[in-house]
Design a protein around this ligand. Sequence first.
Ligand SMILES: CCCCCCCCCCCCCCCC(=O)SCCNC(=O)CCNC(=O)[C@H](O)C(C)(C)COP(=O)(O)OP(=O)(O)OC[C@H]1O[C@@H](n2cnc3c(N)ncnc32)[C@H](O)[C@@H]1OP(=O)(O)O
Length: 140
Amino acid sequence: MRFLSRRLVMPNDLNYANSLFGGRALEWIDEEAAIYAICQLETTCLVTKHISEISFQSPAMQGDIVEFGLKTKSVGRSSITVTCVVRNKATKKTICSADSIVFVALDPDTRKPKPHGKDLESLAKQTVDEIRSLNMEKPD
Ligand SMILES: CCCCCCCCCCCCCCCC(=O)SCCNC(=O)CCNC(=O)[C@H](O)C(C)(C)COP(=O)(O)OP(=O)(O)OC[C@H]1O[C@@H](n2cnc3c(N)ncnc32)[C@H](O)[C@@H]1OP(=O)(O)O
């Protein structure tokens, strides 16, 4: 699982108990996972089909930086299933997680499911190439 994206918990992200609002966490998970799926499938035309049970394990507070871990769980003909973990960047404590988020690639004209032509093997290679292109070596 790669943790590449981060967000800062701001005042308008809070619930009445002054911790991160669950609905905001869900919105972030959907958005982060969608961006990940778009990059994996190399298409901008996809939709969220299914989000599995989400467990909220610990609160995030104002000023916390949270980071999003994503990985591909499986790939089908038109779908990709992604796992997402949200954790506190400083403590590494899990805030919440969604085990299976299913996105379906669509034909932009018909809005029907469209085969994406990817498999786990090709995605693994694509990921290696992507990490290389990010130039994430340690600084001198
Ligand atoms: C997010 C915020 C973004 C913010 C900006 C960030 C920038 C990024 C911008 C772009 C943003 C894009 C991400 C938008 C994220 C939404 O919010 S999309 C809005 C919410 N979603 C929708 O409106 C989808 C509505 N549903 C549909 O239109 C139809 O159900 C669909 C998707 C066309 C599929 O139709 P269908 O008849 O179910 O198709 P079917 O052939 O039976 O199944 C298709 C595939 O889904 C699988 N499937 C079907 N049902 C299920 C199920 N219950 N569970 C699991 N898999 C299933 C099938 O197994 C099949 O997989 P493959 O074997 O082909 O791999």
